[in-house]
Design a protein around this ligand. Structure first.
Ligand SMILES: [Zn+2]
Length: 336
């Protein structure tokens, strides 16, 4: 004849197991962020003398070509579902002192060349019938800080924005294309969209990153042309999407071998793309790639042991529930 353990014994055992599980799942200290590589300080373009006036610039052949490019990029962003409602904005620097940009309150699917407006480098509108985007301050802040940034796109593509909602950036050295074209993605702490604080936080990191994740907000990408900035948006969103898919496979992620990462950086250099990692030695690069591997492992471990906290009441309820179920399974009813 089987002898069942008494309910108080089961309850004591369950209480111990629940306490131990909760203790094991408590926060174990935040992982330290990867050390930032000191960037070369970008210089602002010196104001030129004898520059053409806004009206002349706004109607120049260069501006007409840029407007065409903006309309094409706007359409691509909408077709790829990177912009919703009137979200997202595109800008293109002209003649050093002026910036073309998409207007506010207009879907990117509907933007025509005649809708595009122009601002100065302080974000003041100087041409165009519609009103400039409310987030233009972010664009001009990047352009003032990074002379190579001739075009900026800001939008909220779902997969990259999903990452932005977790406060994490995608890991490095898992796929070649993102490494070559966008490199390490910056993480910009949340600031109110459209505020000077938001613009400054983005610009500060734009000197070392052409692709930035804005926590709880979206992405900002800069490049030499609008077309290339749009490519960066595609690449970062596809990379984030691929990472989300890979995570569902449940298998460990395999990083690009540390002794191969220099090849990608050399390729990137020939394309004239910025990357703060150029200045790292082979040993530092290998160490960073290895540390990245640790980061991938930590990410999965974090997910398994995500911090769990319960109130004393909830913990007691859990103990009672498990005890009831174990007792029921053993043929004993609840005692309460
Ligand atoms: Zn935004």
């Amino acid at each position: 004849m089987t002898v069942f353990p008494p309910r108080p014994f089961i309850e004591t055992l369950v209480r111990q197991v629940v306490s131990q599980a909760l203790a094991a799942a408590s926060p174990a200290g935040a992982a330290t962020a990867a050390a930032a590589v000191a960037p070369p300080r970008a210089t602002r373009s010196a104001p030129r003398t004898g520059t053409p006036g806004p009206h002349q610039v706004f109607n120049s052949p260069e501006a007409l070509a840029a407007k065409r490019e903006i309309v094409r990029a706007a359409r691509k962003l909408w077709l790829r579902e990177y912009v919703d409602g009137n979200g997202g904005n595109i800008s293109c620097r002209l003649a050093d002192d002026y910036v073309l940009c998409t207007p506010t309150l207009l879907s990117k699917a509907d933007v025509r060349q005649a809708d595009i407006v122009m601002v100065d480098l302080d974000g003041n509108q100087v041409a165009g019938a519609r009103r400039r985007s409310s987030e233009i301050s972010l664009h001009v802040a990047i352009m003032r800080e990074v002379p190579e940034a001739r075009a900026v796109i800001h939008c909220h593509p779902p997969h990259a924005t999903a990452y932005a909602m977790t406060g994490r950036v995608p890991p490095e050295w898992l796929l070649a294309e993102p490494e070559v074209f966008i490199g390490p993605v910056a993480r910009v702490p949340y600031e109110t969209p459209g505020s000077a604080a938001c613009a400054n936080a983005v610009a500060e990191q734009a000197t070392r990153h052409n692709t930035l994740l804005l926590v709880n907000h979206g992405v900002a990408c800069w490049a030499d042309t609008v077309t290339h900035a749009e490519w960066h948006v595609e690449i970062v969103d596809t990379y984030c999407r691929t990472l989300i898919l890979a995570a569902q496979l449940g298998a460990p992620l395999v990083g690009i071998p540390a002794d191969k990462v220099r090849d990608l950086l050399n390729l990137k250099k020939t394309l004239g793309l910025p990357d703060a990692r150029y200045q790292l030695s082979d040993a530092e690069l290998a160490e960073r790639a290895a540390r990245q591997g640790d980061g991938i492992a930590e990410t999965r471990a974090d997910r398994r042991t995500r911090p769990v906290t319960l109130s004393p009441e909830d913990q007691e309820h859990l103990v009672r529930t498990i005890t009831d179920q174990v007792s029921a399974a053993l043929g004993q009813g609840p005692t309460r």
